[in-house]
Ligand binder design. Structure first.
Ligand SMILES: [Zn+2]
Ligand SMILES: [Zn+2]
Length: 377
């Protein structure tokens, strides 16, 4: 079948993207679903900083590729051998398709699934192969087994989490990356206790989700740190009790003053070693620094080694919020439905697939948190 999709062919094109057009909107060919695969009509797909990192080349992926790793949609067809999904099911994509059988999946470390990693770095589906192509034979890679910037996509069932049909499907896309990563870091990786002093460096889509998670578990105070006032205002809406504008004051001394020596649980959601260093410095003795952002592969962090022992400090990494998607996406959706996670604050605006390049300009300039591509469905 034919599907309209956003394809990246060259990374590191200059901004503004509305002129350089790193994502080309084209009609491509989509095969399948073959054995053990599912055809999904995409309803909504988010613009995430990790997509931007592919576009600007700081997190390279094989091109050409149909982009997008945060999406939700409706199952339209299933290949032979697919047992747990059927047409008309509503699904959220997990950007790590957890195989369930490797040594990491066996111990509940789904984000570290080994076959999923191999598939992701080679642009293939979990069990191998690519289903996008252009007339003439050029084969196009999948993005994290999702490729949500397309009207239709083919995915492994392990990439798909069935959800209740009554939940707004476009908004459900946010659970596939931002919510899993941010809320999961709070409730799974760090297991933050009620009443804990907490802070978040960087309040874009994932950082705002960390704030939502901290509010959910009853942390206090919840201190948001960012260089942009519009994002700090959003963080307040999401439940932050205090805001520090790092473009006006030194965030480390401001945070230490506010908390009497540093916060107990400090999250870093910027994806830079500088912000991570600041987050570590703003953590109190006995506290924990939890890093969620994805820095560029070559960056290194320097910290005083003695502080880990002498101050009983912990530095924790959290990928995909240490989530088990099949367990956590439905439970986070239920918490949202019951009013415990105010996810509306994450969505700055709905856009169309044709507006994706200008959407990434807005994201790169820090004007927005999440934008969701809404498809006619
Ligand atoms: Zn993401
Ligand atoms: Zn696995």
């Amino acid at each position: 079948m034919k599907t309209k999709a956003a394809v990246i062919r060259q990374m590191e094109l200059p901004r503004p993207y509305v002129n350089s057009l790193p994502l080309s909107i084209e009609e491509v060919e989509l095969d399948g679903p073959k054995h053990g695969e599912v055809l999904v009509q995409v309803a909504g797909a988010g613009l995430c900083h990790s997509d931007l990192s592919v576009i600007n080349g700081s997190r390279p992926r094989p091109v050409p590729m149909v982009m997008g790793h945060e999406a939700a949609g409706v199952v339209r067809d299933v290949g032979s051998g697919v047992k747990n999904l059927k047409p008309d099911d509503h699904v959220v994509f997990s950007f790590v398709p957890c195989c369930g059988g490797c040594s990491m999946c066996a111990v509940g470390r789904a984000p570290l699934c080994e076959p999923a990693y191999e598939a992701a770095i080679t642009g293939q589906l979990l069990n191998g192969g690519r289903r996008f192509s252009v007339p003439g034979g050029e084969v196009i890679n999948h993005h994290q087994g999702v490729s949500g910037y397309s009207e239709y996509t083919v995915a492994a069932p392990e990439s798909l989490i069935k959800i209740e049909k009554s939940y707004p499907i476009e908004m459900a896309a946010l659970f596939g990356c931002a919510i899993m990563t941010g809320v999961g870091a709070v409730v799974n990786t760090a297991k933050v206790q009620q009443g804990t002093t907490a802070a978040v460096f960087g309040v874009g889509g994932v950082g705002l989700s960390v704030v939502l998670g901290l509010k959910l578990v009853g942390a206090y105070p919840i201190i948001a740190v960012d260089t942009l006032q519009n994002k700090l205002d959003l963080a307040k809406e999401a439940g932050a009790t205090h805001a520090i504008n790092a473009s006006e004051v030194d965030p480390v001394s401001a945070l230490r003053d506010l908390t009497g020596g540093g916060a107990t649980d400090v999250f870093e959601a910027v994806g830079s070693e500088k912000a991570l260093g600041q987050a570590y410095s703003a953590t109190c003795k006995g506290g924990r620094t939890i890093t969620v952002g994805l820095p560029s592969p070559g960056s290194e962090l320097r910290i005083p080694a003695l502080s880990l022992v002498a101050e009983e400090r912990q530095l924790l990494g959290s990928y995909m919020g240490s989530c088990v998607p099949k367990r956590d996406i439905p439970r986070f959706l239920e918490l949202s439905r019951e009013g415990h996670l105010q996810i509306d604050v994450l969505n700055s605006r709905f856009i169309t697939l044709d507006q994706v390049n200008e959407g990434f300009d807005a994201l790169a300039q820090g004007e927005v948190a999440r934008q969701i591509i809404k498809f006619d469905i």
